[in-house]
Design a protein around this ligand. Structure first.
Ligand SMILES: [Zn+2]
Length: 114
């Protein structure tokens, strides 16, 4: 029965989150899911398909209106997701500093990437 006061009690996130791999269609048995971080309202999850090896990062939000899920494919391993989640964030000043260094050294980054 759905419990509005405790929405996280309404779903078994370990078993019912994803029924098949969206890339190769492998059944749920091939999906390995880990909860990276879990709070009262959000779960930050990592899913890996053991058949095609694609991985997904997702945030599951539980609220009285329902459940919303945002996820995207990644090539990061679970250990990398954990590592980078706690790392320093890149901000606007970091980007400007990189731009200035490249400019001072006369490095055409766009040309270099082509
Ligand atoms: Zn797959």
């Amino acid at each position: 029965m759905f419990n509005l006061s405790f929405p996280t009690n309404n779903i078994n996130i370990d078993k019912n989150f994803m029924s098949k791999c969206p890339v190769c269609g492998a059944k749920q048995d091939f999906l390995e899911m880990s909860i990276i971080e879990d709070t009262n309202n959000d779960s930050f999850i990592y899913i890996k398909c053991k058949k095609c090896f694609v991985s997904f990062i997702g945030i599951v939000n539980f609220n009285p209106m329902g459940i919303s899920i945002v996820s995207f494919a990644t090539d990061l391993q679970k250990s990398e997701v954990i590592k980078f989640r706690k790392g320093d964030r890149v901000n606007e000043d970091d980007i400007l500093d990189i731009h200035q260094v490249l400019k001072n050294k006369k490095i055409d980054f766009i040309k270099m990437m082509k």
